[in-house]
Write a protein that binds this ligand. Structure first.
Ligand SMILES: [Zn+2]
Length: 136
């Protein structure tokens, strides 16, 4: 997964720890990184949700860590793709995403047959995180 940096080099997608207000570690956030000029761009598919998470922390957060790959489906898919291969490649990511979507759909069918509305809602919001565009 490559993207061009404003300096003209290639940016690589990786999972990084983002430290907010010097106190909160947000682990496994997908970012594009340029090793040439050091620029970091948060992956477009999770940008809005990282923003919302940081907004919820407020100005005086207590020190803690947030496993972003458990909060956000895309970060989860990318961290699974990372375990499958050394570098994040589009084909591996697509496969990991497809597997996760199928898994969520199976769960949704179970939730649906149990008429568990809360669970259904939770699964729907996870599925909608994955449908967000991830290639920019
Ligand atoms: Zn650069």
């Amino acid at each position: 997964m490559l993207k061009s940096c404003s300096c003209g080099r290639e940016m690589h997608l990786m999972l990084r720890t983002v430290i907010f207000a010097k106190k909160v570690n947000i682990n496994n956030v997908p970012v594009y990184n340029c090793s040439h000029c050091g620029r970091n761009d948060v992956f477009p598919g999770v940008k809005e949700d990282v923003g919302r998470l940081v907004g919820e922390l407020g100005n005086q957060p207590a020190p803690h860590s947030i496993p972003f790959d458990q909060v956000h489906e895309w970060a989860g898919v990318l961290s699974r793709a990372m375990n499958l291969s050394d570098s994040l490649q589009a084909t591996v990511i697509a496969r990991a995403a497809e597997e996760r979507i199928n898994q969520l759909l199976d769960l949704w069918l179970i939730a649906s047959s149990l008429e568990d509305e809360t669970w259904k809602k939770e699964l729907q919001s996870r599925l909608s995180q994955l449908s967000a565009q991830y290639i920019s």
